[in-house]
Write a protein that binds this ligand. Structure first.
Ligand code: APR
Length: 245
């Protein structure tokens, strides 16, 4: 029996979950491509590429400073969907890997532990001079001193920009090749390599599920799809997975 013969994952199967901006929307954080999303207000080429940072570092820093402040607001807290994934991690007997495209820290604030931030983290900075990566919750300016090497001008947000390689890809592709169930939550499926994960998992014989407000773009690699707000459909899906055991 191959893994694709299972209509749902084996009771202790391996699960990979991919999340996108949609899971944090009901926590008060904007998505990118919905009407009024971040990319409707600012151009990717101006704030989210290495070329933009080389051309106008102050503008790029200002964009991420504003997002960092937004993430520090007291009203921005993990929601029921983040919490449901913690319950799944704690109660599922098999292996689980949570891969997020989000640079917010709502998964870890909720309590998720087996987590990869493939697009980096807003609350971290990286120094171009010494390559150090450090926790960072305040604004970054071109005059900010790196605590590691004392140079100025080298600190940048530890986020993956367009044209840069996402993080921990070997680990992610290995988990996709081995998984029995792949679940994508709140992502439009427009940005590769994450947009190709469902196809990778399907080709490896996994059951593939999309949980989203609206269907993601392009030809679907999903065997199952549930539409609705993440705070409703993610807890429902997790409850069903755990009760099917
Ligand atoms: N519940 C569930 N899904 C939602 C909700 C909600 N409340 N609100 C919006 N969504 C869905 C949208 O329908 C859409 O499919 O979330 C998805 C958001 O898509 P994008 O804005 O494109 O975000 P994402 O897929 O995470 O973007 C991928 O692009 O520029 C970047 O680097 C950035 O990591 C990001 C990447």
């Amino acid at each position: 029996m191959t893994r694709s013969d299972f209509g749902s994952p084996p009771r202790d199967g391996r699960i990979v979950i991919l999340t996108g901006a949609g899971i944090s929307k009901e926590s008060g954080l904007d998505t990118f491509r919905d009407a009024n999303g971040l990319w409707s207000r600012v151009r990717i080429e101006d704030v989210a590429t290495p070329e933009a940072f080389a051309r106008d570092p102050a503008r790029v820093q200002a964009f991420y400073n504003a997002r960092r402040r937004g993430l520090r607001e007291a009203a921005v807290t993990p929601n029921a969907a983040h919490r449901a994934l913690v319950a799944l991690e704690q109660r599922w007997p098999g292996e689980i890997l949570l891969v997020t495209q989000n640079i917010d820290d709502l998964h870890e604030r909720a309590g998720s532990e087996k987590l990869i931030h493939m697009h980096g983290e807003l609350f971290k900075a990286r120094c171009l001079a010494c390559a150090g990566i450090m926790d960072w919750r305040d604004d970054l300016e071109s005059t900010t001193l790196c605590p590691g090497c004392n140079s100025t001008g080298g600190l940048r947000p530890h986020v993956v920009w367009f044209g840069e390689m996402p993080l921990e890809m070997d680990r992610i592709y290995q988990a996709l090749a081995d998984c029995d169930l792949f679940v994508a939550i709140g992502t439009s499926g427009t940005v590769y390599p994450a947009a190709g994960f469902a196809m990778e998992a399907l080709a490896a014989g996994a059951h593939t599920v999309e949980l989203n407000l609206e269907p993601s773009a392009g030809p679907s690699a999903f065997a199952e799809r549930r539409l609705g707000p993440a705070t409703r459909i993610v807890p429902d899906f997790v409850e069903r997975l755990l009760s099917d055991r």
